[in-house]
Design a binder for this molecule. Structure first.
Ligand SMILES: Cc1ncc(COP(=O)(O)O)c(C=O)c1O
Length: 286
């Protein structure tokens, strides 16, 4: 079956899907994106992703390419046309196509691209059953990491550093040794006292939609959690660590910079949160 992409009002074969060479997404990374999990033909947490999309666009003064209701229809339609039952839908909106000039073009229309693809759910579960390794890297990103922009080259280099070291994810660390977040995930620990800790969304991280839903899971389960910074050493000495992201859900971490975390096996808290996550997430049928 051939894949289908949505590009500016048209559903086209994936292999032919293209934007102009002077699209500002290509020229300047002048755009934003969202990734939403698809699970059992449902879009997971779509309202949260669309709220964050609106925030990112507003902060960058990019016009919403289409209204929210038609956008939801497009996301569902791309998932449906690609027959994805477990996987992801990706959307990117840029400031549009215009003659190259750094300042905003006067009359460009935002570009909208949507793609979807299947992901191997069993492979994700198998990875979670083993846990993943983390390497830490110095924070090198711009100051507006609260915006989900496509300007991801620092994240690309960080994730490659992880890959080169045989690890799964890289955690950015600030000058004081505090963990900020992953290249494409939020970072968490569970203290020996059983308190779940993650950094506050104070502008230094991307406010994860998975992170927000997980707060709901923990509230409902009566699990103590705290939003505060933690250091790499505290994470290495914690009972558990884990990452969250839309397609990863909750991914246990068993090693940080070569040091084993906890027992070296995925922790019960992380695995429990992973199991319960979808009972709490907002689901929209495709
Ligand atoms: C830098 C960064 N932090 C955190 C996340 C997790 O966000 P979400 O849970 O909304 O996928 C992402 C997701 O791509 C990310 O890129």
């Amino acid at each position: 079956m051939s894949r289908i992409a949505y590009v500016d009002g048209r559903y086209v074969p994936h292999a032919e899907a293209a934007v102009h060479v002077e699209d500002r997404g290509f020229q300047f990374a002048d755009g934003v994106y969202e990734v939403c999990e698809v699970r059992e033909r449902c879009l997971i947490d779509m309202p949260g992703h669309l709220d964050r999309l609106a925030y990112s666009l507003r902060e960058l003064r990019i016009a919403m390419p289409v209204d929210r209701q038609p956008l939801e229809t497009i996301l569902r339609e791309v998932v449906r046309r690609n027959r994805v039952s477990d996987g992801m839908v990706y959307l990117q909106a840029t400031r549009g196509t215009a003659r190259r000039d750094h300042a905003f073009p006067r009359d460009a229309r935002s570009t909208l691209v949507v793609t979807a693809r299947a992901l191997d759910r069993a492979a994700g579960d198998a990875r979670a059953a083993e846990g993943v390794s983390i390497v830490t890297v110095p924070e090198q990103r711009w100051a507006r990491v609260d915006i989900k922009t496509t300007a991801l080259v620092s994240n690309v280099l960080a994730r490659q550093a992880a890959r080169d070291a045989g690890a799964f994810e890289a955690w950015f660390v600030d000058d004081s040794g505090s963990v900020i977040e992953g290249a494409a995930t939020n970072a968490w620990i569970v203290t020996k006292a059983g308190v779940v800790v993650t950094r506050p969304a104070d502008g230094s991280i991307l406010s994860g939609v998975t992170r927000a839903t997980l707060f709901g899971v923990m509230r409902a389960g009566g699990l103590a959690f705290e939003e505060r910074a933690f250091t790499v050493t505290e994470a290495q000495e914690a009972a558990e660590a884990f990452c969250t992201g839309a397609t990863l859900i909750v991914m246990p971490v068993v090693r940080i910079d070569g040091r084993i975390v906890g027992t070296g096996l995925p922790g019960e808290t992380a695995l429990g949160l992973r199991r319960k996550f979808h009972d709490f997430a907002h689901k929209t049928k495709v």
